[in-house]
Write a protein that binds this ligand. Structure first.
Ligand code: ADP
Ligand code: ADP
Length: 225
């Protein structure tokens, strides 16, 4: 299944210990939000799970496999980037199908899969547009579709709502939750917003100085009796 397990995962940058022997278990199909002050190791943790950084020590397990040292495309994870990182010279459809091309799928299969993911995030009518012809919210949906097109077991989102205005933020928030439920995969979502974590999370993880300070349901973590 898609259960994620971190075992004593550590990331050092020179003298800095960014992530310090973190243990964490995220059951398959969990909406997990990471909170904590800037510099506490949230992004580094996500990047190690995605394979954009390699852990200095410890193990990352997904399902029954050890993914600690696998390249990003072989992990069964996908990351949605903050700046969306779209190819400006490719249509929406080709942006979304791109990673399937890299994986050697033929054009018919790529476009069929891209069409189903565009449907999922309401991008159907925009398939032939170029990124520059889209609003910020639409570009973000392309980035989301690009991440989902490989059928990841885990989607990683680093502050996905922070660039949006308050109205759009609420709408995308609702959409993320719907998508996570519909797909039944885990979302790992870094945020600064307690309200965001309250609304979205099954599991809240609060980090401090590279360690997990607290984790549990929003009720466990935010409710002070
Ligand atoms: P957060 O996402 O919680 O803001 P980060 O994981 O980005 O935390 O950073 C954790 C610590 O590691 C910080 O002290 C940060 O400056 C440091 N750090 C992050 N990335 C690098 C890097 N590429 N090189 C050196 N230090 C880094
Ligand atoms: P975030 O916390 O969202 O990662 P940052 O602005 O901290 O955002 O980091 C952006 C980029 O800069 C990342 O690729 C990170 O690895 C790098 N970085 C962060 N802190 C340092 C640092 N102290 N030295 C070198 N690179 C860093």
């Amino acid at each position: 299944d898609g259960t994620l397990e971190l075992v004593k995962v550590t990331k050092r940058y020179g003298e800095t210990v960014a992530v310090d022997a973190v243990d964490l278990r995220v059951p398959a199909g969990t909406y997990c939000c990471f909170l904590g002050p800037s510099g506490c190791g949230k992004s580094s943790t996500l990047r190690m799970i995605a394979g954009h950084e390699i852990a200095s020590s410890g193990d990352i397990l997904l399902g029954h496999g050890n993914i600690t040292n696998l390249p990003p495309s072989k992990r069964g994870t996908a990351m949605m980037f903050q700046n969306y990182a779209l190819f400006p010279h490719l249509t929406v459809r080709d942006n979304i199908a791109f990673s399937l091309k890299m994986r050697g799928q033929d054009k018919a299969a790529r476009y069929a899969k891209a069409a189903s993911v565009m449907e999922l995030v309401d991008l159907g009518p925009f398939a032939d547009r170029m990124p520059a012809q889209l609003s910020g919210g639409q570009q973000q949906r392309v980035a989301l579709a690009r991440a989902l097109v490989t059928d990841p077991g885990i989607l990683l989102l680093d502050e996905p709502l922070s660039a949006l205005d308050p109205f759009l933020r609420l709408r995308v928030r609702t959409e993320l939750k719907r998508l996570q439920r519909e797909l039944g995969i885990s979302f790992l979502h870094v945020t600064h917003g307690q309200d965001e974590a309250m609304a979205l999370a099954d599991l809240v993880v609060i980090m401090k100085d590279g360690k997990i300070e607290q984790s549990g349901t929003p009720q466990d973590v935010f409710h002070r009796p």
